[in-house]
Structures are given as C-alpha cells and as structure tokens.
Design a protein around this ligand. Structure first.
Ligand SMILES: Cc1ncc(COP(=O)(O)O)c(C=O)c1O
Length: 288
C-alpha cells in the first residue's frame, strides 16, 4: 500500500493530486530523492536532504519547504506506512506555471512524498548475480546535464534500461561520452581486482550515490584498499568481482557483463561488504 504526502499533508493515493501544469509534469523540471527505511528508521536522511538541496541549487529551484518540515513529512509517511521496511520517493517540482519552459512564472513547487515497497531485482538475481549489458545510450556530459543532479528527467537512464530489457539482461552499464564506465541506470558500479575495490569517480558521469559512500566507508573499516578512478569495459570484463549499489538496488552482485561470466570466488569481497552493511542496518550509525 502506498502512503502519500503532498506539501506536508498525508493523503490517500486516490486523493493525491498535483496540477497538470506543474513543470515537474510538463518538463521533468524538478528534483527527487529515493530513500529507504529499515525498522521505521530512514537511512542517511541528512545525506539525502543535502543532495536534494544541491540538485535544487543546480537547477535554481527554490525548495518550497524547510528541511525541518521535510524531515517531519518524511517521518509522518514512515509512521503511516503499514511496513517496517520500505522505500520513499521524495519529489520537489518547479511548480505550476504557463505552457512554456520559462520557469520564471512558476508558482511555488510541490513536495510529494510516496512510500511503497521496491525491489529492483528478483531474489534469484540477488543470490546468483545480475547479468549486465553495456548500453549504447551514453550518459550526458557534465556540461549537458551533470550526473550529480538527481533531476526528474531520467530519459537517458530509461533508454539504457530499455536496452537491458530488450537484451533480457538485469541492468545496463552506462558509459560516458568518452567511453569510460559511468554507472548503472539507477545504481553505482564497483569492481574488485586483485583484492582492491574500484569505482569510477562521480565526475565520470555517476550520481554521487549515498550507498556508494556507505560502501567506501565500509571498505575503509574493513581495510580493503579502494581506488576511485576511471574504468573501461575492459576493466569490467577482467574484474575478479563486480557489484552494483543504490538505495533502491541495495547491494547487487554481478555474474555476467556483456556475456562474459565473472568468476565465482570462494571468499568474495562483495560478501564481506554486504555482511557488514547488513550488520550496520541493525545499529544506529547510518540513521541520522
Ligand atoms: C542514476 C543513479 N545512479 C546511482 C544511484 C544510487 O544512488 P544512491 O545510493 O544514493 O541511491 C541512483 C539511485 O537512485 C541513481 O538514480
């Protein structure tokens, strides 16, 4: 069952409405966050709100609600949820305006919060690993639409996702304009090579993922060497391990990249990181 809050007021899914002339609807002009709650506690709410603020700043969208009020609205949705664990979508639109892209006449934006269940992959994929393709759709360059902006326009990722669906794969790797690995369609990507963890820098076209940050911290705590540097598809093909991270995705192991099977290692780094993450979910540190 979905729980919805519009501009700080809880309402049923059927009652939830925003005007069709909201530029969020007309042009994808808005920003969003995807959050998760575990045991009715929101994972890293501060980091999500910080990123929302940055996305809004980059698009010159004035947040229509204070961050305190947004935190309160998020908590209300979690409290009203019939589930202990769930996913939350927080959306801030540009607001209602005339039929033209110029945002100057847009009224105050709308804040929509939806909580629901979300499982991006099946249990089979979580156990046996995801099959990835390399999408022909490229991530837009930083001077086209910076990948750090979590905007309501996900067409680039949707095009890549359609390629994965058509190929019968679980997810697509998206390359940047230079051919370096950027990320997945809705997740960040990591490889392990010779016991070191590697992930592309966000400036290679990735979202600055909050789960990515958690994994980097965990690697540090487990004394796993980490390198943030550009990766090519060669690095994926020759990796010892590969996995995806995201709030929606959580941690997903990868079994195959463009038809090349990855090795089944006896003691994978992924398992150590995933076990540490699962353990952290039972503690307090990640929930502020
Ligand atoms: C394009 C993209 N990359 C990466 C991620 C993972 O980011 P996070 O861990 O903050 O959810 C997401 C999450 O929605 C995403 O949409």
């Amino acid at each position: 069952m979905q729980i919805v809050s519009i501009n700080g007021k809880l309402c049923s899914q059927g009652e939830a409405r925003i005007p069709v002339t909201d530029h969020g609807f007309l042009y994808g002009d808005g920003v969003f966050e995807g959050l998760r709650f575990y045991n009715r506690r929101i994972l890293k709410p501060g980091a999500h709100l910080d990123r929302l603020v940055d996305s809004a700043l980059a698009l010159a969208i004035e947040l229509p609600m204070s961050l305190d009020d947004m935190q309160t609205a998020l908590k209300e949705v979690v409290t009203a949820s019939p589930h202990e664990d769930g996913y939350i979508r927080l959306i801030v639109t540009r607001g209602e305006g005339p039929l033209g892209i110029d945002p100057r006449q847009c009224k105050t934006g709308n804040v929509v919060i939806i909580s629901d269940q979300l499982s991006m992959v099946s249990d089979r994929v979580r156990e046996q690993g995801a099959k990835l393709i390399i999408a022909s759709t490229r991530r837009l360059a930083g001077d086209q639409l910076d990948s750090r902006i979590k905007s309501l326009n996900y067409l680039n990722q949707i095009m890549a996702r359609i390629e994965a669906n058509t190929a019968g794969a679980d997810e697509a790797v998206v390359l940047n304009q230079q051919g370096f690995v950027a990320e997945g369609t809705a997740d960040n990507i990591f490889i392990v090579k010779d016991a070191s963890l590697m992930t592309p820098p966000v400036t290679d076209g990735a979202l600055d993922g909050i789960t990515r940050g958690i994994v980097l911290d965990i690697a540090d705590k487990l004394s796993i060497p980490v390198k943030e540097h550009s990766l090519t598809v060669y690095d994926l093909y020759t990796a010892d391990e590969c996995f995806l991270t995201g709030t929606g995705a959580e941690l997903i192991p990868v079994s195959e990249v463009a038809g090349r099977k990855l090795q089944i290692l006896p003691d994978p780094v992924f398992k150590k990181i995933a076990a540490y993450f699962a353990d952290e979910l039972g503690k307090d540190a990640l929930f502020h």
